[in-house]
Write a protein that binds this ligand. Structure first.
Ligand SMILES: [Zn+2]
Length: 257
C-alpha cells in the first residue's frame, strides 16, 4: 500500500465473464476495492482475536465492487469458522433495505478474516459460499489472513456462470471517514462471540467433531472453576494433577485430543 491505488493482490486473467451484463461496468479486470475506513475496520476486527471474524461489504449502487463499509452481525467464531446468527442476518437485511439499499449493495460481498497465515478458503468456506450465496446472481468471497495474505474470488451464478480471482485495492481517491475505534470496539464486543469447544474424535466414525462446552459439560465447568481460582490455588491443583499420571490414562469411550 505504497501508492493510492496499489494492488494488494496481483491482477489475474478474467475468465468467461464477458457474457455477463455485469462486466459491461468493468471493461478491465474487475477489482475489489476498499475505502481506507472499511479496510482499517477490517484490520481492527482481524487483530482483535485469534479467531475468524466475518461480515458484509456495503457498496454504492453504481460501484458494486467498492466496499465503503465493513459491517458485522452477531456471530459465533472459532479459529476455523464463522457462523452468522440467522436472526441477526435477517435484521441486518431489513435495516439495509430501510436505508434504501438493494441486496447487491449489502449482501454480495462476504468478507472474513483468517487467524493464521493462509487466506485460502477452507472446505467450510466453500460450503458457506455455495449455500448462502449460490442463489445470488453474483457474489464475492474475500478472505484476509493475519499476515496480510488476501484472497478474493468473484463468482457468477447466472448465464454461462464462471468465477475468477480478482485483485484487491485500497482506494484513497474518494473521500473517506475517520476511524472510529470506540464504535468498532462496541460492535466487536456485541457481535463476535467465540465458540467454547474442544476438538474430539468420534471412535466409531473416526471423524472430527466439536463438543460445545457452554452447556452442562463437566469439563467446561471444571475449566470455569479453574479460571475463578486464585493463582496459588490454581497452581496447587495443577501440581497435584501433575503428581497423578494415572489421571491421564485413557479410560473413557471418548478420545480427547
Ligand atoms: Zn475461512
Amino acid at each position: 500500500m505504497t501508492s493510492p491505488k496499489s494492488a494488494l493482490f496481483p491482477r489475474t486473467q478474467r475468465q468467461g465473464l464477458q457474457a455477463n451484463g455485469f462486466m459491461d461496468e468493468y471493461e478491465d479486470t474487475p477489482v475489489l476495492r476498499f475505502s481506507p475506513t472499511a479496510w482499517a475496520k477490517l484490520l481492527y476486527f482481524r487483530d482483535k482475536t485469534d479467531n475468524e471474524v466475518g461480515g458484509f461489504g456495503i457498496t454504492d449502487p453504481d460501484d458494486l465492487l467498492f466496499v465503503k463499509e465493513f459491517v458485522t452481525v452477531k456471530q459465533k467464531v472459532s479459529c476455523v469458522s464463522v457462523c452468522f446468527d440467522d436472526n441477526a442476518v435477517a435484521d441486518y437485511f431489513d435495516e439495509q433495505v430501510d436505508f434504501g439499499r438493494k441486496p447487491e449493495q449489502f449482501a454480495r460481498c462476504w468478507l472474513h478474516t483468517h487467524p493464521g497465515g493462509c487466506a485460502g478458503p477452507s472446505g467450510t468456506d466453500e460450503d458457506t459460499f455455495k449455500r448462502a450465496f449460490g442463489a445470488c446472481h453474483w457474489a464475492v468471497m474475500f478472505i484476509l489472513s493475519q499476515d496480510n495474505q488476501i484472497y478474493a474470488r468473484l463468482r457468477f451464478n447466472v448465464g454461462p456462470c464462471g468465477e475468477v480471482l480478482i485483485p484487491v485495492e485500497v482506494d484513497y481517491n474518494s473521500p473517506f471517514e475517520a476511524s472510529d475505534q470506540n464504535q468498532w470496539k462496541t460492535e466487536y464486543e456485541n457481535n463476535v462471540k467465540p465458540e467454547r469447544h474442544r476438538p474430539t474424535v468420534d471412535k466409531d466414525e473416526k471423524d472430527f467433531g466439536y463438543v460445545d462446552l457452554d452447556g452442562d459439560d463437566p469439563i467446561g465447568g471444571f475449566i470455569d472453576e479453574l479460571e475463578e481460582m486464585d493463582y496459588e490455588e490454581r497452581m496447587l491443583l495443577i501440581e497435584e494433577i501433575a503428581q497423578r499420571p494415572d489421571l491421564l490414562e485413557q479410560d473413557s469411550e471418548e478420545v480427547l485430543i
